[in-house]
Design a protein. Structure first.
Ligand code: RP5
Length: 164
């Protein structure tokens, strides 16, 4: 039996995959049932609206949306669903993602998009944020998230610098 998909990972183009795969890797690491697909705000507007309109009924708990340049995908999804949208600015070819960040973060009052850092850190953190949301009602998942954090702390404590 296939598990109920809890997190949707969508992106404006297959060229966003290098960045967005970092979100998928985290979801895989935590065994979160997810789906990933291209969903372009500008090239597939009808598909984008259909996805957003169906999201709540499908049982999605979060949508991680990555886009670059005129990055309207996260905001337009948020306009059409009450499922939390986590926006990832993808680094663009010409403005290094500052354009993407501004496009995603400057939402009007009343239609929130949780906006993350530009690039791979943002993609991974969006997924970790989704894990944290789901962990609120899943004790086992919370334990695994805490273990992940503890491992990170141990790794940082073990860091050494060259002698000065
Ligand atoms: C955006 O345009 C996509 O999210 C992508 O970051 C950017 C460039 O897309 P391609 O021209 O590489 O398909 O919609």
């Amino acid at each position: 039996m296939t598990k109920q998909v809890l997190v949707g990972v969508v992106m404006g183009s297959s060229s966003d995959w290098d960045t967005m795969q970092h979100a998928v890797q985290i979801l895989q690491q935590f065994d979160i049932p997810h789906e990933a697909r291209v969903l372009s705000a500008h090239r597939m507007p009808d598909d984008m609206f259909a996805y957003a309109e169906a999201a709540q009924g499908q049982g999605l708990k979060a949508i991680i949306a990555g886009a670059g340049g005129a990055a309207h995908l996260p905001g337009m999804l948020a306009a059409k669903t009450t499922v939390p949208v986590l926006g990832v600015p993808v680094a663009s070819r010409h403005l290094q993602g500052v354009d993407s960040l501004h496009s995603i973060v400057q939402m009007p009052k009343g239609v929130p998009v949780a906006t993350f850092a530009i690039g791979t850190a943002g993609a991974a953190n969006a997924a970790l944020f989704a894990v944290a949301m789901l962990a609120g009602s899943d004790a086992g998942l919370l334990q695994r998230l805490e273990a992940f954090r503890a491992e990170q702390t141990a790794h940082a404590r073990a860091m050494s610098l060259p002698p000065t």
